[in-house]
Design a protein around this ligand. Structure first.
Ligand SMILES: Cc1cc2nc3c(=O)[nH]c(=O)nc-3n(C[C@H](O)[C@H](O)[C@H](O)COP(=O)(O)OP(=O)(O)OC[C@H]3O[C@@H](n4cnc5c(N)ncnc54)[C@H](O)[C@@H]3O)c2cc1C
Length: 424
């Protein structure tokens, strides 16, 4: 059996390991655009803080791991096209590689908003090691880094740059930070915390224009008219699935790749022998049944492992697919899963508490936990996750946080239910 895996991120790497475990004899070719695959984007901002050595960015050591998995490595090369009829992948170096099973794990591409001045020197996305290096070194004289976008990647980077002594300012167009993670109260807590650590944070006002001097970033003009000086701008407004390799082939069989490469719960695409996983794939949210692009690390590794096992003849299904985030923002722990933000409607019960241990919120649909947000003490995240996965019926949502009930007496104004429907 000839396996080809395109993409050396967590989805591709875990697929390789699952294939090799199930098929000791097959030929596995890993095509990775970088000379150093298995470089963790999650660790990039930690590295930018100056507290972690470069080696910590690699979650597998290329040569020893490649040898151990008995790989045909094609590093520093891109897959440029596939021919699904002939089962061939073309590479940027001119090579054509034959496959019986192909995995597309090409990740995501940063979105760069087409605003005036965006082509100025000193503007970076934040996805690769080269981006991180550029942000740190492009202005030897230092200066303020402005972050366009207050999603979890933007605010994490702001914290880490600030730790390094770099002044940061975050501008989020939406009324709240990380709007798929935080509700308004959660966003307000995080915003106040970041501001207390000296980070300028503005919500409800996006960057309208990049101001430049002699071709370099000199500041940003906000939608509310203010002008804020900055020497570097990081565009952290989101990502889009990198589907290019399969766009034409899937289009030819009537499938759109707009929200990611559509796959079933075995990670199979509509093309025979072709699988997709990770940020490039569109999967089904097991809580809502809606198609979505679950662009987080744990989803990429689990999807890759399922794809790899099935490519090698297994019968694994990808279950418990919902978003999951955990981060530490200047000492403030945050954990969230599923759908923790406010919604309106009938079948939904929202339970919130706030006290000395932080802010906690649970969202239930028809008695089942479908989302939570913990800010401050995140120690119950694992327990809540397992209850979500088991689809336990929760009779009294307060019991989810019950270990600390004693700390909450005296706080009735901040506790209670509201009702709504998540998918109206
Ligand atoms: C800065 C940053 C911080 C993050 N922090 C967190 C976090 O704290 N927690 C969390 O859960 N998630 C986080 N994420 C998201 C997480 O990193 C991604 O969900 C995960 O890396 C996706 O894995 P993947 O294998 O699908 O794609 P990637 O990790 O993007 O890997 C895909 C690889 O494929 C390569 N490639 C693309 N096209 C081709 C081609 N044609 N030929 C060959 N190779 C190709 C790419 O260069 C890339 O190396 C973060 C992401 C970023 C960018």
């Amino acid at each position: 059996m000839r396996y080809v895996v395109v993409g050396g991120g967590p989805a591709g790497i875990s697929a390789v390991e699952a294939i090799r475990k199930a098929d000791p004899a097959g030929t596995i070719t890993l095509v990775a655009a970088e000379a150093r695959p298995a470089l963790s984007p999650v660790m990039l901002s930690y590295w930018a803080s100056g507290r972690y050595p470069e080696e910590r960015l690699l979650f597998r050591e290329r040569d020893s791991w490649g040898e151990q998995q008995r790989l045909e490595l094609r590093c520093g090369r891109r897959a440029t096209a596939i021919d699904p009829e002939r089962h061939v992948v073309s590479l940027s170096c001119g090579e054509a590689v034959q496959y019986d099973r192909l995995l597309v794990a090409t990740g995501a591409l940063p979105v760069i908003p087409p605003i005036p001045g965006i082509a100025s020197k000193g503007v970076y996305p934040f996805r690769s090691f080269a981006d991180a290096q550029g942000i740190l070194t492009c202005r030897p004289g230092g200066g303020r880094v402005a972050l366009m976008g207050g999603g979890f990647i933007g605010i994490k980077l702001a914290c880490h740059l600030q730790e390094r002594g770099i002044e940061c300012a975050v501008f989020e167009k939406e009324p709240r930070l990380a709007s798929r993670i935080f509700d308004q109260r959660g966003s307000d807590i995080v915003k106040a915390h970041l501001r207390a650590h000296g980070i300028m944070v503005e919500t409800g006002t996006g960057v309208r224009e990049v101001e430049a001097a002699e071709g370099w970033v000199a500041g940003v003009r906000l939608e509310d008219g203010r002008s804020v000086p900055a020497q570097v701008l990081v565009a952290a407004v989101g990502v889009r699935p990198n589907t290019a390799l399969l766009d034409a082939a899937l289009g030819a069989v009537g499938k759109t790749t707009r929200g990611g490469i559509p796959v079933n719960d075995r990670m199979e695409t509509a093309l025979p022998g072709v699988y997709a996983a990770g940020d490039a794939a569109a999967t089904v949210d097991s809580l809502t049944g809606a198609s979505f692009n679950n662009a987080v690390w744990p989803a990429a590794t689990r999807q890759g492992a399922v794809a790899g096992a099935n490519m090698a003849g297994g019968q694994r299904r990808y279950v418990h697919n919902f978003s999951l985030n955990a981060m530490n923002l200047h000492g403030l722990q945050v954990a969230s899963a599923g759908h923790p933000y406010d919604q309106a409607g009938e079948e939904i019960a929202v339970y919130q508490e706030e006290g000395p241990e932080g802010y906690r919120k649970a969202v239930l649909k028809a008695g089942e936990l479908i989302g939570f947000l913990l800010i401050g003490d995140a120690s119950r995240a694992g327990l809540l996750l397992s209850r979500m996965r088991r689809r336990d019926r929760i009779a009294d949502p307060a019991e989810l946080f019950s270990r600390n009930r004693h700390a909450l007496s005296g706080l009735p104004p901040n506790r209670g239910y509201s009702h709504g429907s998540l998918w109206e």
